[in-house]
Design a protein around this ligand. Sequence first.
Ligand SMILES: [Zn+2]
Length: 102
Amino acid sequence: MILDTEFGKFALHIMHQRDPNGHGHSEVTVHPLPCARSERPCCTPNQLVGVAKCHERDQFCRAVGRKLAFERAVTLLDNETRAALWKAFLLRFPPRKSNGTK
Ligand SMILES: [Zn+2]
């Protein structure tokens, strides 16, 4: 998947895994294009990786895992790049309205 931002195009790789106990785990990788390899993981240098592990009592939710892992992946970027990536990410994955308002 590609995030198109004002700072260029970034690759966004999302992986959801379930361990044998049924616990969910999401991993997000972000890096400027291009990918070093077409295989996944692409092993591109200087990639940003964020991981979100679901608590064992929580129900695994891909949307939550994806968002949390993404947040962790981009947390060390400068504000402008991070904001641009968030904007592109939220366009791809529009947040669901769950606060009661319609
Ligand atoms: Zn890649």
